[in-house]
Design a protein. Structure first.
Length: 62
């Protein structure tokens, strides 16, 4: 499945919206982290941080 994901950055560091392409249900991490090394994911009314480490690994924390 191909599509687009609209991200609304409300972190206070940068404002605005951006669109990321979804190809075959896959997001490219380079597009996710193009504007920083940390994202917030809201899931079931809880918030998680997805961080990109200096070694290029991903860490998800609550």
């Amino acid at each position: 499945m191909n599509g687009r994901i609209m991200l609304d950055n409300q972190s206070g560091r940068k404002s605005g919206k951006r669109t990321i392409m979804l190809v075959d249900d896959t997001l490219q991490s380079g597009e996710l982290f193009a504007h920083g090394k940390e994202l917030t994911i809201a899931h079931n009314s809880e918030f998680y941080k997805l961080r990109l480490t200096g070694n290029g690994k991903l860490i998800l924390t609550k």
